[in-house]
Design a protein around this ligand. Structure first.
Ligand code: FPP
Length: 238
């Protein structure tokens, strides 16, 4: 039992948590396993994470599964990540549906392999009526690209002399309609945002944890939420 579980205040649960699932490669290297084994074990963490999030009453979980920068990894690792994504959805979609989880995708579909695109679209379509929790898969995602794509989308329907506003841009981001991120967790002891949800993290509390993603469990989630609850959120006020 986590020592943090009993310390959590049920009245200040974050609505939206975003996670940089870092450290898969190091987890595998430490065991002399191929890096892909780390990614596989990392994918196995997602379901227990969602179960715990549902129990806590979290409404949205955003996961950074593949960044626009990840294309510069060795070709084989990139291919194996796409294979894993396909395998994951093929094998889990029925359970995801039963658990009333809605999948959404944040990221560009431009460079995605057609079969990956199809499998993600299928997961989004199959779960669009689910209401318990949103699982926002950030795949081929970059925070800067999100903002640029959002501006370009807005420009397409812009009236002459119309000006862009915060609200208008938000409606055109990949995360349109999601609540603001309250808590961002990064595992593996790195202290960076790495181009993840740059706009959406504006007022998020950041928690960096010294655990490699495949070792992340319910107790780490409770600990992160406990840390979040100790912070004073002022949103620019005094
Ligand atoms: C970062 O660890 C992790 C990634 C680039 C990929 C994250 C993907 C998963 C957890 C699995 C995705 C889930 C599905 C369903 C496909 P790293 O490889 O950068 O680790 P390192 O910093 O230790 O090398």
């Amino acid at each position: 039992m986590s020592r943090y579980k009993g310390l959590i205040n049920p009245d200040i649960i974050p609505k939206h948590i975003a996670i940089i699932m870092d450290g898969n490669g190091r987890w595998a290297q430490k065991r002399s396993l191929p890096r892909t084994e780390g990614h596989k074990r990392g994918a196995d963490v997602i379901e227990p994470l969602m179960d715990a999030s549902i129990k806590l009453g979290i409404k949205t979980v955003s996961l950074f599964a593949f960044s626009v920068e990840n294309w510069s990894r060795p070709k084989l690792e990139v291919k194996e990540l796409w294979d894993l994504l396909k395998y994951y959805f093929q094998n889990n979609i029925e359970r995801i549906k039963k658990k009333n989880i809605r999948i959404i995708h944040s990221g560009s579909t431009r460079r995605l392999p057609p079969s990956t695109k199809k499998i993600i679209q299928n997961a989004v379509d199959e779960t669009k009526k689910n209401r318990k929790i949103v699982l926002n898969f950030c795949v081929n995602y970059g925070g800067r690209q999100d903002i640029v794509d959002g501006v370009n989308k807005w420009l397409k329907n812009r009236k002459p002399d119309e000006q862009l506003s915060v609200k208008k841009l938000e409606r055109n981001l990949y995360t349109s309609g999601l609540p603001e991120v309250d808590l961002m967790i990064r595992t593996s002891g790195e202290f960076r945002i790495s181009n993840f949800l740059l706009w959406q993290l504006a007022y998020a509390e950041l928690v960096f944890m010294d655990v490699l993603w495949p070792d992340f469990n319910e107790s780490h989630l409770y600990e992160a939420i406990y840390q979040y609850q100790q912070r004073e959120r002022r949103f620019g006020k005094i």
